[in-house]
Design a protein around this ligand. Structure first.
Ligand SMILES: [Zn+2]
Length: 395
């Protein structure tokens, strides 16, 4: 099952992939939702793609890539997989990167000269990685949840309390002993959390269990651990592993969404102050293209439209009309692209992070994209051209 760190490496590698004459297939499949029939989806889309008038060599590459995808799906899928993403290109600059996830991904099969990576970035951004500490009076369980799936599991039992009330121990002694064991148990849990958190610099924390334990545990957390705490989730019985996963995952996705909305607020505030930020789709394309963008913020529900990208230098003209020539290098070969995918790919091929927001009216009103910047464009001396909405270059 795909883990966060490997997913990030795959995204970066795919984003930097050079285009060839043979296109790459980006195949996302929903394997787990009710009513999802990925076999039919795959078969229909393959037929549709192959019915286009491809040159013979290109077509044989596409057939071969689809065959690799089908072979892998038939032999390598794990029973618990609910979503899959496969990138395949054959004949020229072979690529075959298959991934499986514990969560469903919406089915979408695209063919393009570059891979479509937005869906992967969205999974990474919304599910990420966290540790859950679940506690009750007798034991504690620690789970590591990676991209929506439990990857590690540890049980800590409370030190055994064998009461020998009577001749040896008075009742007072017994209750002191009991409190001491309780403290030791709490300390043991916190120590384990501390070491797990130190080993995982990007990992968040969620506490779960009976509300009485949660309050005490939250109070006792050292600063370093408390800084990673996303939420404390009171869970009613039954405390099954499945239930703990479901409830903490819902809390995590919600907290991530709030954090994304905070980033949107920061974006607009920075922009209003005239500081390092830009809003709008053409403005974001320009910022990402020039390597100015530090964080690209994308609204998941907005339609970002299409653009034309120069096959030589990557420069992008925004809008539906076909430009004849690249304003940056004069090349006459421009390819129509999906802006959301192109922004994602360009951002991940540089150091630009991406924050995806499930829904933000404010961001949607400006087209669905904005960037927090590292530096201003003018400081690079690139201000001899500018992109204007409607696909007009202005010298
Ligand atoms: Zn160009």
């Amino acid at each position: 099952m795909m883990k966060l760190q490997s997913l990030d490496q795959h995204i970066k590698r795919l984003a930097k992939l050079d285009g060839t004459k043979v296109p790459i297939i980006s195949c996302y499949l929903d394997l787990g939702s009710e009513g999802a029939d990925w076999q039919t989806t795959l078969m229909q889309r393959e037929k549709e793609i192959l019915s286009s008038p491809w040159p013979t060599a290109t077509k044989s590459g596409i057939v071969s890539a689809f065959n690799s995808i089908k072979r892998w799906l038939n032999s390598e899928l794990e029973p618990s997989s609910r979503g899959s993403a496969i990138f395949a290109r054959a004949r020229e600059g072979d690529v075959f990167i298959p991934m499986q996830f514990g969560v469903p991904l919406p089915s979408d099969i695209a063919i393009d000269s570059v891979p479509h990576l937005y869906q992967l970035v969205r999974v990474k951004d919304s599910l990420h990685e966290y540790i859950v500490l679940y506690s009750d009076s007798k034991s504690a369980r620690i789970y590591e949840v990676n991209l929506g799936k439990i990857s590690e599991h540890m049980i800590i039992n409370r030190p055994d309390l064998r009461p020998r009330i009577g001749r040896e121990w008075t009742k007072l002694h017994y209750s002191r002993q009991r409190r001491e064991r309780g403290r030791q148990f709490l300390k043991q849990k916190i120590d384990i959390l501390n070491s797990l958190i130190s080993e995982r610099p990007d990992c968040d924390l969620i506490l779960a269990g009976d509300s009485t334990y949660l309050t005490r545990l939250t109070r006792e957390l050292p600063r370093k651990v408390a800084d990673r705490l996303v939420d404390a989730v009171a869970i009613s019985k039954p405390h099954s592993t499945e239930r703990i996963l479901q409830e903490t995952l819902a809390a995590y996705v919600k907290a991530e969404e709030e954090e994304s909305l905070d980033t949107v607020d920061r974006l607009f505030l920075t922009h209003q102050r005239g500081d390092l930020a830009t809003i709008g789709v053409p403005e974001s394309l320009q910022a990402v293209f020039h390597g100015q963008a530090d964080i690209l913020v994308l609204c998941h529900t907005s339609d970002l439209g299409k653009a034309h990208s120069c096959s030589k230098c990557g420069w992008i003209a925004y809008g539906e009309q076909n430009p004849e020539v690249c304003a940056n290098c004069g090349n006459t070969s421009l390819i129509k692209r999906d802006v959301r995918q192109e922004l994602t790919r360009m951002a991940r091929s540089t150091q630009c992070e991406i924050e995806t927001v499930a829904s933000s009216e404010r961001l949607a009103q400006v087209g669905g994209a904005g960037c927090l910047l590292r530096f201003r464009h003018e400081t690079l001396g690139h201000d001899n051209y500018q992109l204007k909405k409607g696909n007009q270059y202005v010298q």
